[in-house]
Design a binder for this molecule. Structure first.
Ligand code: F6P
Length: 327
């Protein structure tokens, strides 16, 4: 299909996620395959404002599918939040003749994309690039599977110490108020529990766990905790244990940014490749203001407004898998 769009810019924005490079590669190659000019925009919206833009050829994205991070670099831009910043960004797009944008990032990046697209009537398609898996309308996001595997491997190592010393470990993972990483890595690593923000704040998750005697038949335990203001983090929970349940030898491990790095899994590379090609397809079909999602293994278009809505629920079934499998 011959497209009306003759040129497209790609940028990555917000926190980096493994698989972003595979997505950049797919978008660039699909654009060129469909006779478009493709431009790499460096440092996210910041680079769109400071005009860090370069035309990409097919070999600009060679040898990157296996690399973590993003070759385009990434940033969070305060200037793009202002009308003046977005005006300059638009002028730079016009200067290079860029007609459409593919934005790879999380909810903040897609929110910015929606505002920009609305103001200047630009076709913009988003790809969900975040380890948090906190976007609605898609079963998963680019980088989530890799982060999950990274956490699982770290947990396998921490378990050695937990078992040898018969300790209670709180392991804090990322997710920015979204419990997917904590819950699913708890299941994958055979942990005892996950303390996540989706469970009502009124509920004392720690107290309940301990009262229910979750360590009855075990001498060591590992509990995943989502970083979150609601819960207060693993450190706070450990402090509580020290004063309220001094019988436990408690330790904390905060996994931090190691969760965001590393070579993407096969699943993330395939997902990113499918979504990247779908982004160009969507532009050719005159779609705009949509994020590419995946539902039941089918590509779907999710309006930005829907994607950034924080109404994604944690599955009761997954919670029960963890509860039952950890008795
Ligand atoms: O959104 C991805 C994420 O890694 C969150 O899980 C985390 O809260 C945040 O980014 C950390 O951001 P930064 O790298 O800017 O500290």
């Amino acid at each position: 299909m011959e497209s009306n769009i003759k040129s497209v810019g790609i940028l990555t924005s917000g926190g980096d996620a493994p698989g972003m490079n595979a997505a950049i590669r797919a978008v660039a190659r699909a654009g060129i395959f469909n006779s478009m000019k493709v431009y790499g925009i460096y440092r996210g919206y910041k680079g769109l404002i400071s005009d860090e833009i370069e035309e990409f050829k097919t070999n600009s994205v060679s040898n990157i599918i296996q690399q973590g991070g993003t070759i385009l670099k990434t940033a969070r831009s305060a200037e793009f939040m202002t009308e003046e910043g977005r005006r300059i960004a638009y002028e730079n797009m016009r200067k290079h003749g860029i007609e459409a944008l593919v934005v790879i990032g999380g909810d903040g990046s897609l929110t910015g994309a929606g505002i920009f697209a609305g103001e200047y009537n630009i076709p913009v398609v988003g790809l969900p690039g975040t380890i948090d898996n906190d976007l609605s309308g898609t079963d998963t996001t680019i980088g989530y599977d890799t982060a999950l595997n990274t956490i699982m491997k770290a947990m396998d190592k921490i378990r050695d110490t937990a078992t040898s010393h018969e300790r209670l470990f709180f392991v804090e993972v990322m997710g920015r108020n979204c419990g997917y990483l904590a819950l699913n890595s708890a299941i994958a690593s055979g942990a005892e529990a996950a303390i996540i923000p989706e469970i009502s704040i009124e509920k004392d998750q720690l107290g309940e766990l301990i009262e229910q005697g979750f360590r009855k038949s075990k001498s060591s335990s590992m509990v995943l905790v989502t970083e979150s203001d609601v819960i207060g983090g693993a450190m706070k929970l450990a402090e509580r244990v020290k004063t309220e349940y001094p019988q436990y030898d408690v330790r904390v491990s905060i996994l931090g940014h190691l969760q965001r790095g590393g070579s993407p899994t096969a699943q993330d590379r395939i997902l990113a490749s499918r979504m990247g090609i779908a982004a160009i397809q969507a532009l050719m079909e005159n779609q705009r203001n949509v994020m590419i999602g995946i539902r039941e293994n089918e590509i779907v278009y999710v309006p930005f407004k829907r994607a950034i809505k924080k109404d994604r629920e944690i599955s009761e079934e997954m919670l029960s898998v963890l509860r039952i499998s950890s008795i």
